[in-house]
Design a binder for this molecule. Sequence first.
Ligand code: MRU
Length: 336
Amino acid sequence: MGASVCRAVNWHAQSGGVQWVEQRLLPHRFEQVVSLNPEDVAVAIESMQVRGAPTIGATAAYGLALAWKEDRDRFFDFWLPRFRATRPTAVNLFHACDAMQRCGEGDPSSAEMIEAAEAYADAEVSANRAIGACLAESLAVGQRRILTHCNAGWLAAVDWGTATSGIYHLAHAGEKPFVWVDETRPRLQGARLTAWELNQEGIDCRIQADGASAWMMAQGKVDAIVVGADRIAANGDVANKIGTYALSLAAREHGVPMYVAAPSSTFDPACPSGSDIPIEERDDGEVLEMDGLDQDGLFRHIRIAAAGVSANNPAFDVTPFANITAIVNESGVWKP
Ligand code: MRU
């Protein structure tokens, strides 16, 4: 049992391929894609059809199981590096590739490789459930107006979500959490995905411009912040969606507790501190252009800025551990 109607990514046993939710179409269209071609799975990660650190890891695990089944001879020399190159910041991707590499070295059958990918995804889901139960205890102490940034929901984490898991646990226990959803420029994962997820669950939420968050805190309208993470360095510094660092500064200034919810697969003990985390730079079109439905319900892609103007687009930032109240993990709570 999870929080969602389906998983963000899964093995599609009927066809012997990988199935994922095409997140770029949400919230306007819900579609699942199935493919028997490992290259399609790698492209799905690169092009952000699937995104969010734990989902990226699980998708790579399934994609590599598919590569083992379809093209075993090129598994080590081609497919492992191909998947490792899809996105740089979320360390879950590399942990998943390492796990599948170790499994491949034992010369397993295709069924055993698929089982390894399933075990990887299942471990993420149980971690998320445990994180949520723990988070719900912290959030229940009078903290009901919760602010979140980006999408750390089930779409991002196979099932339950990390940050949203605590919110779903509260709601399932009959509480009535309210969520401020940062829209999360430039790709709008908050406005497009988190608000959609919360709405599906009947959880009261309101989307706000990223710039509104500090002001809501200053007015005493935020009881707690909960975000996910893409990589946590050995010293506790947290890489997450761009804008998280600014939130942490405002939270510290206004005494708002800030929780980071992350499974073990997001920890990188080999990375000494935040300054060692590779930060993905993405295409400036994400800032300069936008897509959505027009008034006739047709998908449109439009340009916002003047022709010839360029943009800066770092996809993640690093929040020092000292700015965080606690990191909540499936096996404990870490405080600075
Ligand atoms: O670029 P994205 O959409 O993959 O970034 C996602 C985030 O930054 C999430 O907050 C993070 O992966 C945590 S997901 C549980």
